[in-house]
Design a protein around this ligand. Structure first.
Ligand code: 5AD
Ligand code: SF4
Length: 456
């Protein structure tokens, strides 16, 4: 529409494109970065070519994850010089925290580097860059300041879909010898319970029906609850289950040492807590668990799973595994396969050990050869894949509650999640995203279930 002389032409808002790598905590951080920028006049774009600001929110957990960032920066450099536009490029997240200035040295196209605990300062960082023209690098770890700023009332509505993440805990004091998290995310920090409850209520008002509580060590969360009592995660889950309109709760990722009695009991007693638990074990060998500084044995983990299943017999168990940790022998690997056979998992994530600079295990002499790692990973994934298929197959003929989350590919089809976190495809009829429907499961694919709706 042509602008008439009486009207003041408005300046087009700047556009930000955020690309997220890695874990769900980064997904949450990217959403919050979007909100912080939104408050200072940015709008989000899904089109890289349109962006005035591109943020890569990065992951440093394994070498491959970190290298992807440098490849993407190479592509962005070409895009920027081809288009001739003044596109600002920022690297956020754990690679930013771990590598700091090194990023600008390797990729001079980068204008801003900021770690996971400083994104609330984004508007200031952008101003500083605009004023000086120089690259700005911000890698402090003021996590309590971050949440204090992010928890301030916002003038803009939140948009998070039906299933949302809420970070309740950050950082880690466990120092597993393979892991960068204690260095990139800093010391353990728990957000106050009242702020978490306030965020949950705000999300539910915006249409959220399921909340997954996030933390690198989420079950180490603790805080002072209502009426001054000390709370652990089980109490927080109970308080959240009183939020009207919130239907489902999940939490991830947990450490076996922090599964306390209240949390185990919550799996039996809290009807909103979904029967799915990601509880990484990493290895089934006591020698390797000790070398990893995991602070538990294989037998203790197996006993813990037994107690959790006592509380909630149908719970879907999930885990992370590392193969080829320094010093891992054939017998150690066989112990991992044995643990998997005893526990039986509904889902699992497994990785070859990747030496990370600055972590104790990276300098161990007894590194495992690449071909051995490859073979062990294939053997482990074959068994885990069979267990997952068996878990899914056992759902055929059952009626499951499905929370409808997004449109499917076919007309009228919606995709939802079962209580066990499986994707379920159905013809939803008059039902809409956000409804929970009863679905009779008919068939099972490798990664999803299909079924038809039945009366409640
Ligand atoms: N090498 C391989 N896998 C790793 N993980 C963490 N650090 C490493 C590493 N150095 C895996 C662990 C962890 C998951 C998030 O990533 O299994 O639970
Ligand atoms: Fe890393 Fe998890 Fe170990 Fe913490 S508990 S050091 S986040 S693997």
């Amino acid at each position: 529409m042509p602008v008439t002389p009486q009207e003041t032409p408005s300046v087009a808002p700047s556009k930000v494109f955020i690309k997220t790598y890695g874990c769900q905590m980064n997904v949450y951080d990217s959403e919050r970065m979007g909100e912080v920028l939104n408050e200072s006049g940015y709008v989000s774009t899904e089109t890289l070519e349109d962006a005035d600001l591109v943020i890569l929110n990065t992951c440093h957990i394994r070498e491959k994850a970190a290298e992807k960032v440098y490849s993407e920066l190479g592509r962005l450099r070409k895009l920027k010089s081809r288009s001739g536009r003044d596109m600002k490029i920022a690297v956020a997240g754990c690679v930013a925290q771990a590598e700091g200035e090194e990023i600008v040295r390797r990729a001079p196209v980068v204008d801003l580097v900021f770690g996971p605990q400083t994104y609330h300062r984004l508007p200031d960082l952008l101003d500083r860059h605009r004023d000086t023209g120089a690259a700005v690098i911000e890698t402090e770890l003021p996590v309590d300041e971050k949440f204090a700023v992010l928890d301030a009332p916002s003038t803009k509505p939140v948009k998070r879909g039906v299933a949302a993440f809420v970070t309740v805990q950050e950082g880690c004091d466990k120092f597993c010898t393979f892991c960068v998290v204690p260095y990139t995310r800093g010391a353990e920090f728990s957000r106050p319970a009242d702020r978490i409850l306030a965020e949950a209520r705000k999300l539910v008002d915006a249409g959220v029906r399921e909340i997954t509580l996030l933390g690198q060590n989420v079950n180490a969360w603790h805080g002072s609850g209502l009426a001054g009592h000390d709370w652990t995660l089980g109490h927080l889950l109970d308080a959240l289950s009183d939020v009207d309109g919130l239907e489902r709760l999940r939490y991830t990722t947990s450490h076996p040492r922090d599964m306390d009695d209240d949390l185990i009991a919550a799996h039996g007693a809290n009807p909103k807590l979904m029967p799915y638990l990601h509880l990484p074990v990493q290895s089934g060998s006591d020698t390797i668990l000790k070398a990893m500084n995991r602070k538990h044995t294989a037998a203790e983990y197996i006993e813990l799973v037994r107690r959790i299943r006592d509380a909630r017999p149908d719970i879907a168990m999930s885990s992370d595994f590392i193969v080829g940790f320094p010093g891992e022998t054939d017998a150690d690997f066989a112990a991992t396969m044995d643990l998997v056979a005893q526990v039986t998992y509904a889902q699992a994530f497994s990785f070859k050990y990747s030496p990370r600079p600055g972590t104790p295990a990276s300098t161990e002499a007894a590194q495992v050869p690449e071909d051995v790692k490859t073979q062990r990973l294939a053997d482990l994934q074959a068994v885990l894949g069979k267990q997952q298929a068996a878990f899914n197959a056992a759902c055929t003929g059952r009626v499951l509650d499905v929370l409808l989350e997004k449109p499917g590919r076919q007309k009228g089809q919606l995709i939802g999640r079962s209580p066990y976190l499986q994707s379920v495809y159905i013809d939803a009829g008059d039902h809409v995203i956000g409804d929970t429907v009863r679905v009779a499961i008919e068939s099972v694919g490798p990664n999803s279930l299909t079924g038809h709706m039945v009366e409640a």
